[in-house]
Ligand binder design. Structure first.
Ligand code: ADP
Length: 597
């Protein structure tokens, strides 16, 4: 761009220089010509006057030399020019400055030759003797006579030359100044022409470097201005499009990153093109490390590499369930879908990873539950059926045995009833079919009433019930459900505590803060002095049908569902339940419920 500006400047300066120089030369030449012409006219006029007044004697040259020389010298005084008289044959008759006798023939002198032809002759010649230019003007004395003599005036051009020199000096200085001015103007002009172009080029370069905010500053409505506007319009549309692309990209990215499935895109050469967040988590490698590399670099399980390789070779939908052990154990459902581009060309594969561990675990739990339920139901039914068959078979004659058999049938059907009741209850709570009815519960009177309901059973087993509740404590809860929780835990306490033991309930605030003792939770602590729970069983006692000692639980009429129901109900109240126990010493269940739901 700069070289363009320089070239433009040089061309403009050269054009101005050449025209100024040509004008100067022309002016100088005209001036000189005019000046010399005027001098010549003057000299001719002087010669005409001389011709009129002078005598032109003829004769032998020797006699004429003195006369003409004298005349010449005299005339020089008047005209201030060198005067020469030349005969028709070219011989010098008299001269104001030299001795005619020593002078050679002048017939071949240019001005004389010209005068012989045209009457008047002129020439400019450098005189070595004088060291200056001289203007020689010659006139025929009698133009009609071919043998006529000539008169010649010669005038120094010293003044003309010096004034020409002066003119040249002035012209030179002027030219230089003009040159400088022309250069400055040309430079500015070139700059004003090239500057917008430079700016446009700069903007185009910035756009190329992905800066879509840059714009050309359009000052004029000329062609360059239009170019600037066109570039701006292009930048506008690029910016809009880039923003749209960014938006789409962000949307896609957030969709991909928030998907609960892992997505891995692999091109036909086996290079990983895309890896979303879930896939990163499942494969235990970041997109940053894997994208742009071959899938085998993920160093994943052999089965995964195998299915990808299969997919790339077979170009068809493949599906497989694989257990991953790293970074954590998961059961993944892999779906490998081939990608075909617009032109039906195979583009690679899309791997969709779905974590099915939870689903499979749930399925397993469900089938285990069904098996458990069937098993639990089968035992009492088998007992009922067996004893009833024996009775019907008439084998038992003895009334007492019959009675005890019937008692067993009754107890077993009671158990069956309880079991079915608990199962229904649990499934109701689990499926949240019955919404909780929250209302403020006065914990003091609530605890008191609940204990009363169990007092008969406790006294039958000679177990002391103890209550330690702060009055005035309220909690927002579903009172019936809360009673179910407390009854269950107290019932277990009574069940698993030998005669003469003690079961106690303590109710107090928890998470207190502030100066007036505000509390966020109510803590219920239910302890007994019973048989306790072995450490290894503690984490499992809240599971359905889990019993530490099956025979004992059955003996006491337990179903193994009580603590499951309790845990669910506590969770429906947004509370927590914990257990501490020591074998032979007793167990403590601690429940914390939020005061406000
Ligand atoms: P169950 O109907 O058998 O009592 P639960 O779900 O209520 O079923 O309790 C599960 C198991 O936890 C019981 O079988 C018992 O082994 C143990 N357990 C529960 N509460 C106590 C306790 N207070 N003391 C000792 N063991 C207990």
């Amino acid at each position: 761009m700069n070289s363009f500006r320089t070239r433009l400047t040089v061309i403009m300066v050269a054009m101005v220089g050449i025209s100024v120089l040509a004008a100067g030369l022309f002016m100088a030449k005209t001036y000189k010509d005019n000046h010399i012409d005027a001098l010549q006219d003057n000299m001719i006029r002087e010669m005409n006057i001389i011709l009129r007044q002078m005598e032109w004697p003829q004769g032998e040259p020797e006699q004429l030399y003195d006369y003409y020389t004298a005349q010449a010298k005299e005339l020089k005084q008047v005209t201030d020019a060198r005067v020469t008289f030349v005969s028709g044959s070219g011989m010098v008759l008299g001269d104001s400055d030299h001795d005619p006798r020593t002078m050679d023939n002048h017939a071949s002198r240019k001005e004389v030759e010209e005068a012989s032809r045209e009457g008047i002759g002129r020439t400019i010649r450098y005189s070595d003797t004088l060291g200056e230019n001289l203007l020689y003007v010659t006139k025929k004395v009698n133009p009609a006579d071919p043998q006529s003599a000539y008169i010649r005036l010669a005038l120094s051009l010293k003044t003309v030359d010096s004034s020409m020199w002066h003119i040249w000096t002035v012209l030179g200085i002027g030219l230089l100044l003009l040159f400088a001015a022309a250069a400055a103007v040309s430079y500015r002009l070139a700059r004003s022409l090239t500057r917008p172009l430079e700016q446009i080029t700069g903007v185009a370069k910035r756009i190329q470097n992905l800066d879509y905010h840059t714009r050309v500053e359009v000052r004029k409505q000329d062609e360059i201005g239009e170019l600037g506007q066109a570039i701006n319009a292009m930048a506008d549309s690029l910016q809009v499009q880039m923003e749209r692309i960014h938006q789409n990209e962000n949307q896609l990215e957030s969709v991909l990153d928030n998907m609960i499935n892992g997505i891995v895109m692999i091109d036909r050469s086996g290079q990983v093109v895309l890896l979303n967040r879930f896939a990163e988590e499942v494969l235990g490698i970041t997109a940053q490390k894997l994208v742009g590399r071959h899938y085998s670099e993920a160093k994943q399980q052999y089965e995964l590499s195998q299915i990808i390789q299969d997919g790339l070779e077979r170009k068809e939908h493949l599906r497989e369930e694989i257990t991953f052990y790293f970074p954590e154990e998961r059961l993944l459902d892999l779906n490998l879908v081939p990608i075909f581009e617009d032109d039906q060309q195979f583009g690679g594969v899309l791997l969709v990873l779905q974590d099915v561990s939870a689903i499979r675990r749930l399925e397993r739990m469900r089938s285990e539950f069904v098996a458990n339920v069937s098993h639990e139901l089968k035992t009492p039914i088998a007992a009922v059926k067996g004893f009833a068959e024996t009775l019907l078979g008439g084998a038992v004659k003895d009334e007492e045995t019959t009675r005890s058999f019937l008692q067993i049938i009754f107890d077993e059907s009671e158990r069956l009833n309880r079991l079915i009741g608990d199962i229904l209850e649990l499934s109701k709570i689990e499926s949240r079919r019955v919404p909780l009815q929250f209302s403020p519960v006065d914990m003091y009177s609530f605890t008191k009433k609940t204990l009363e309901l169990l007092s008969a059973e406790a006294s039958r087993k000679h177990i002391t019930l103890e209550m330690n509740a702060e009055p005035g404590l309220y909690v927002e809860a579903d009172e019936d459900r809360l009673r179910q929780i407390v009854m269950n835990l107290l019932g277990n306490g009574i069940n698993y505590t030998p005669e003469g033991g003690k079961v106690s309930i303590k109710v107090g605030p928890a998470g207190t803060h502030g100066s007036d003792g505000d509390y966020d939770f109510v803590r219920l602590t239910i302890s007994d002095t019973g048989i306790g729970i072995p450490k290894k069983d503690l984490p499992r006692i809240f599971e359905r049908f889990y019993r530490v000692d099956k025979a004992r639980s059955r003996g006491s009429g337990g179903t193994g569902l009580g603590l499951s129901i309790v845990k669910h109900l506590v969770e429906l109240h947004n509370g927590t339940i914990a257990v501490e126990s020591e074998v032979g010493v007793g167990s403590t269940f601690i429940i914390e419920l939020p005061v406000l739901q």
